[in-house]
Design a protein. Sequence first.
Lengths: 275, 282, 264
Amino acid sequence: MIEAQNVRFSYPNKVEALKSVSLTINDGEFVAIMGQNGAGKSTFVKHFNGLLKPSQGTVRVDGVETTKTSVATLARNVGFVFQNPDHQLFSETVEDEISFALKNFGFEQEVIKKRIDWALNLLSLTQYRKTSPFLLSGGERKRVALASVLAWDPQTLILDEPTIGQDHEQKEKLRQFIMQMQTQKKTVVIVTHDVEFVAECNPRVVLMKEGKIVADGVGKEILTDPALLELSSIVLPQIAQLFTKLSPLGFPKDVIDIYEAKEIILKAKESRRQE
Amino acid sequence: MAIIEIKNLTYTYPGATKPSINDVSLKVDKGEFVLITGPSGCGKTSLCRCFNGLVPHFYQGELKGEVTVAGIDTLKHHTYEMAKHVGLVFQNPENQLFALSIEKDVAFGLENNGVNREVMRKKVDWALHQTGIYDLRERSPHEISGGQQQRVAIAAVLAMEPEIIVLDEPTSFLDPLSAAKIFEVIYKLNKESGITVILVEHRLDLTAKYTNHLIVMDEGKICFEGDPRQILSTEETRLMGVGIPKATLLFQMLKKEGFDLSGKTPLSSDELADELLEAFKQ
Amino acid sequence: MSVFDGLRFRKVYSPIHNLDPRIKFIYVIAIFVVAIIFYQIIPLLVLFVMQIPFVLLARVQRQWLRSLRGAAFLAAFIFIINVATTYFTSNYTLTAANIESSAAMTLRFVVLVESFSVFFLTTSPDHLGLALEESRVPYEFAFAFTTAVRFVPVLAEEAQTIMDAQKARGLELEKGGLLRRIRNYVPVLIPLIVSSIRRSLELAEAMESRAWGATKKRTNLYLLKLHKGDYALLTFTTVILVLAVYVRYFSPIVIPAITQFLPL
């Protein structure tokens, strides 16, 4: 469980990036933290594994205050996958890359071997076990970075802008992967500005603007509130755009899913036909 | 009148086992707005680099076939000669800007061509105005946002007044709002200045409406080419993993369940909304 | 990373910053020459004090004092070596005059270092790059310089991100003895280097696409014009140089040592 209470944070150059932010994320939740560039999203999530410590206020992970423990200890339960995999990859083989964190955390050889096999399999990387990560394509490198974090099986997974540079199919696979993590009761936090992706996942959405949380709730409700979205400089998802225009027909406004949209339209057509 | 003609192009990177571009032929007319899409690795990025000669001059490798851009055979001319006719804007905003001030960056191409200072000043200012960043001209690239950086890259290319601008996934790193702004700039350049535009993109919901010449690539080949309204309605395109606009998908889904809206296939939520409102009026 | 903070130029505008870097450089070379031709402490003191109005006008006192502090250690070292050498080579005698001449040597070192420091503190990288471009230095060199400076903050940020990413995988940079600590930085250095190589390739592509190498006669958007202040500094520099050479080699004036006046 992650609890942030009245967190204030300023960078060394005196810019105040977080202005009293409070948030609680329970185990097993799926949360999308959204907002414009510079809203403070990445700054905020870096408090969850202790990379940043609050200037004021507290952040507690599983009851332990982050200021009272090290990043390495927190990382054991909070895995953080950065946006650019090239900022992590450095080993000679994919296998070595995955074992890096496991060795840091002091896992035993036997366990390490098993974990590597598991992670490779989970992300369809088994055939690249002995390949140099630098020779793989962009999408494959992203999977290696993800595998190297999953390997130690943290309870919480934080993904920073996971959809950048991905094509449609890769995003779909990512979505399914997150669903899989959810079934295993893992906590997943994504930082993103990709409204379409969030609309397809429909998680809890936390909207940030200029270092503050301006909204926190059900994805459907937040992503279809034009006033809120305009405030945080976020675009409406495509289906929501459609239904905003269809309000003269009396359709509900909080629709972001394409299948739900289809049902509503077909039902309306049926009822009109019957009139 | 064709401004780009590619005949049977096949290209293999040095050391690669199979070609990245496999027997591609294509024609682009002057003033067109062409949209190229396809799953990762389909060859669209390599194709972009063929337009100004980076392939094969910068990347070496094996190139077969003919590539003629603005009447020039790219195989027989240096990239710096091509630069006068075709400008290339890349994915990563940060790595395209090397000067310490914006306007110096925009002037770079002109400086390289030995353009006289007064003329250069005029062209730089024009390009800055066209992309809406004139006020930023004395800032350094690190101080501005990604969206603004990409506009600088576009201005830098524009200053050389090429007939063609090629943009390779220019909004990959940008948020949807900044991306939309970039597309507006590009569309305006095409419509008002008649510059031929070739845009490689995944975000079809934002870009399909600008074009009537869509090219879908996969595995180095052109799979579909033509009117986006037709191409994006097919099952095959959807199965390829192309990011079809939700409006188009919904239109197809409704049709399958018996609700045929009988208008043209929509490419955006607005178009679909109009059609639905029409249909429900009766 | 605070190491890079010093290289990040703060846009300060002062009359000194606006001076043409080429003229400033000539001034610094002149100071260099004068500092070398004199070995007495009085002219060196004059040289040192001459820097101060420039520092104050340019409002870079704090940074200048900081660089002085940096040079202090080496200066003290030079002083001690000088004194020791004189002591041991003159049959263990040490006069006030000896100490004064050692102090003069130390001061010469400080003046040399400080004049360059003032130059760099009052010249923005843009200005410096421009001066390089306008001088006979080949364009590739000037370009490499400005591009490098342009990417320093980018690299600094990237280094921080990489360290964060690896810390988030359990890397503890501060742990272990010296050897272990050096090895700890491998997962930080390799991504940084690889990323830099990738960046260079992308930059090269962009450069080629914008007509790099089109002609040998490159033009420049900016023009460094010499203003009144530059001519004033040039005149001042020439006067100092001529005066110094005259006093040192051609005039009968003998510069006294300060110790002559002290009642020792």
